[in-house]
Write a protein that binds this ligand. Structure first.
Ligand code: SAM
Length: 405
């Protein structure tokens, strides 16, 4: 048994260690290339004449730095800046040692190598081979540790036009705020769970940010430090938590790109059937021959699948979060959400009792969100609010564009 304070500290340390590990997921080249290509297909000048900042990077081995340096001329960049976080500020287990590249550089400093971040810049041909590429990157130590929240990297943010990175997941909220308060263009990787953060969803709702072109249904694979890879493998879970590809263990995360850079996919309307045709022909048994139930506590119908959105329904519809992967602002407007946008329900229940497989539970924990009235308590989880209701998990409220007119 541990004493309360010691326990708290131990748990916090464990939590911090887990967070720090999730913060060390390194993005693969082809994932960056695919996403950036989508912006370029939509606007070939998306990066032209711009200064791109890659914060929270590790420029000596980062694929972000590699991608932008290799494509510096093709993209027409004005300047590339990439910064890294000091080894001493990262988890100790990484046991980071300076690379040969750093040690052999004239500016190598035995103290700064551990305690300072680094800045890499690319603006011109330094090697004299008449091309600007990776070989022309110039570097020096930052004054501080490279924390994106510090004055030094914040000044670089202010200088930049576009910010691209995979920021530490544990600081995603702070990072997003840090970018949006400066009003910059951005493309960043974050966990799908972040969609439901109160700092994130309003930006999506107001079309100030959207999901990137990489499909939401794909879990991205990331390179991970060897020390963490061994731990992951020891825990098991191949397939869901990690995969071995060409002998290398890659961490798997349900990550998506969040961006305010435009791409073609978000302007492609979803092909949809009418309500009557869905009821007649839908491939989903929940819809075919059944229709769309109205919520008991929201003035909207339940649409459990994005491809079952009826094309001719003029009212408000509740759809799953995966809808955002198909969302086109010309086709729909987002009105709110039951779970994370505080859209008030039309009805509140003074008393509710959770009923699982017909058995009333002692504990009533669990938020209800949207509920659908049912005739009886069947197998599964229900609430007794004076009558049986079934809760559906996290719905986004949408309406066809112009349907309110
Ligand atoms: C998810 S990794 C991604 C690295 C790189 N952008 C990539 O995708 O290959 C996040 C990086 O941010 C670093 N980091 C953690 N906290 C930071 C902070 N407060 N400021 C800057 N970088 C930080 C981590 O050590 C890690 O190198």
């Amino acid at each position: 048994m541990c004493l309360a304070y010691a326990c708290l500290v131990a748990n916090q340390n464990l939590g911090d260690a887990k967070k720090a590990k999730n913060d060390e997921f390194y993005t693969q080249f082809h994932d960056i290339e695919k996403e950036m290509n989508a912006y370029l297909e939509y606007d070939e000048n998306a990066f032209r004449g711009k200064t791109v900042l890659l914060p929270c990077d590790d420029p000596e081995w980062s694929n972000f730095t590699k991608y932008f340096a290799q494509n510096f001329e093709r993209l027409g960049l004005k300047k590339l800046i990439s910064t890294s976080y000091a080894p001493n500020s990262k988890p100790k287990e990484l046991n980071l040692q300076p690379t040969l590249f750093e040690i052999e550089s004239p500016q190598f400093d035995e103290v700064k190598t551990a305690s300072n971040g680094k800045i890499f810049t690319l603006t011109r041909d330094t090697t004299g081979d008449k091309v600007i590429n990776v070989d022309d990157l110039e570097w020096q130590y930052l004054e501080g540790d490279g924390d994106f929240r510090g004055a030094e990297v914040t000044a670089l943010r202010d200088e930049a036009d576009i910010i691209v990175t995979n920021p530490p997941f544990s600081l995603f909220r702070d990072f997003l705020l840090w970018i949006t308060e400066a009003g910059k263009e951005f493309s960043i990787i974050g966990n799908k769970n972040a969609i439901t953060y109160k700092e994130v969803f309003p930006l999506i709702k107001e079309n100030k940010m959207w999901l990137g072109s990489t499909p939401m249904s794909i879990d991205l694979l990331f390179r991970i430090p060897k020390a963490f890879a061994a731990e992951l493998v020891a825990k098991g879970g191949e397939g869901s938590a990690w995969r071995r590809i060409d002998g290398e263990v890659l961490g798997r995360a349900s990550a998506v790109w969040f961006t305010n850079m435009d791409h073609g996919k978000r302007h492609q309307p979803l092909p949809l059937m009418t309500e009557a045709d869905n009821i007649k022909f839908s491939k989903h048994k929940e819809i075919k021959g059944q229709g769309y139930p109205k919520y008991d506590n929201y003035d909207a119908i339940e649409v459990p699948f994005t491809d079952a959105i009826p094309s001719d329904y003029r009212g408000v519809m509740g759809v799953p979060i995966s809808f955002l992967g198909k969302y086109s602002p010309e086709q729909f407007e987002i009105l709110g959400s039951d779970a994370f946008d505080g859209t008030p329900p039309t009805k509140k229940y003074a008393n509710k009792k959770k009923v699982v497989n017909g058995v009333p539970m002692k504990s009533n924990t669990g938020t209800m969100g949207c509920v659908i009235r049912r005739d009886d308590f069947g197998p599964g989880t229900y609430f007794d609010v004076g009558y049986p209701v079934e809760a559906v998990y996290k719905r986004i409220f949408i309406r066809h564009k112009g349907a309110d007119k």
